[in-house]
Design a protein around this ligand. Sequence first.
Ligand code: HEM
Length: 487
Amino acid sequence: MTPVPFQAEHVQALALRGHGDLNSASYELFRITDAPAARGWLGAIADRVSYLETEKQDKREASPARRKTRLQVALTAQGMAELGLKAHLATFPIEFQLGMAARAHALGDERDEIQSWDYGSGNKPIHVMLLLFAGTDEEVAAFARAEIEEAERRGLTHFATQTTLRYESKDRIFEHFGFRDGLVQPSIDLEGHSVRADDGTPGPDPSHKVPLGEVVLGQLNAYKYRTIGPSVPNSLDARGFLPDFLSSGRKDLGAHGTYLVLRKLEQDVAGFWLAIDRAAESLGVDPEWLAAKMVGRWKNGSAVVNHPNEPGPPPVKDTPGISFASDRHGFRCPVGAHIRRSNPRDDLGDDVGKSLELVGRHRLIRRGRVYGPRLADSRKDDGKKRGLVFITVGASIRRQFEFVQNLWVTNTTFRGLNGEDDPVVGPRCPAFFGAGKSTHAEQTSPFSLQAHPVQSVVPALPRFVTMRGGDYFFLPSVPALRFIAAL
Ligand code: HEM
């Protein structure tokens, strides 16, 4: 199937770039209160939104002023309905139509907790999210003030700000448990397109590239098909903003757009390290060693599968990729470790090539940033809230995020394990454990450390990560924004 002719300037930049050169970010959440006014606002946003720059443009326009702030805009299904697309929502994938809260059963989220989410459920639905990026916290705050004021004058009500913690340096990002993060991203195959490559990571990515259609709708995906997006009848696009859809009489609303998943994941840092201290003591091992086995990387980012007993040098741009097929039994890196579950690489089945091909259909492009202050003493809770604003973008929420969360991260029988979920981020969902405890907070998970001749098991890891809000979004192309504005 022929892809839509690719036009970089139609794609919101976040699809392929993490804006890692801008150290501060805030995410502003809105509801639409006056649809016609909000459509006008969206049209103006289309002029300011940050889009992918081609290499040529980039050289020409790389002035410091241009780089100071960047803005992306994302819409939920409810937001699209408010803006006038209710009758066409059925052309979106079902998980997007339903929204994240309604997918709790697949994601391991606790129904009772959903009621108290900070946003994205019950009486706190999100319609629109602005993602704002700037060099400093002061700049991002001023940027946000101006954007909120403008939006509130034009049909939207601002109801929440999700702040993030400023990056100290984009090449040395640490999440709150203390581990280097943002290391591995799939590299997108941009051959034939002069788009500036992703700037997000130092990137020791082992595996093959994923096709552009894994991120951008309308392009060829890992199945060599054009990634199908939502569509509208020709009659709705009188001004011809959108390209033709596959079937005649329809226009492609999805082309050059992508989807975005937002999850606010609160981390219990002291709880994590105290539980590890207890388990490490009973096993007679070093807590840092046990924590590294749970993550699959040492705190400095070196891979446990390559450095099973002590940290290796921190990864740099040219650090070779890692293979789990060389450690089938998990003697070096436990098979249930976080990075092994979330990207099993060459270790699904016996055929390495086939495994890479299959895993290539479920890669996540991560755009998360941490929120909340650092904990001064990792073993002493200070009562403050902190965690990860997990964001991933991709052409299919179901095949990418939901698949990884459901079949790998929360799967209690992953790779033949028996009744354990991800040791670090697992939701401890009682339903996934069978006859478990009644709430996520009561449920624990074992963690197996494979060894020969006798493996050891940490019997009961509590939950360390709690879901506090989020939703599924569509990140429309620039022409799609103009189309919606003109409805
Ligand atoms: C608070 C929650 C989380 C924490 C603290 C966390 C932490 C980490 C760390 C330390 C790494 C290794 C560094 C790197 O490769 O960039 C990592 C990698 C990764 N995580 Fe998470 N993570 C969290 C939630 C999640 C969730 C919910 C998912 C997916 C559903 C996920 C998917 C991934 C993926 C795909 C990788 C890259 C693995 C690889 O390719 O090697 N993470 N995470």
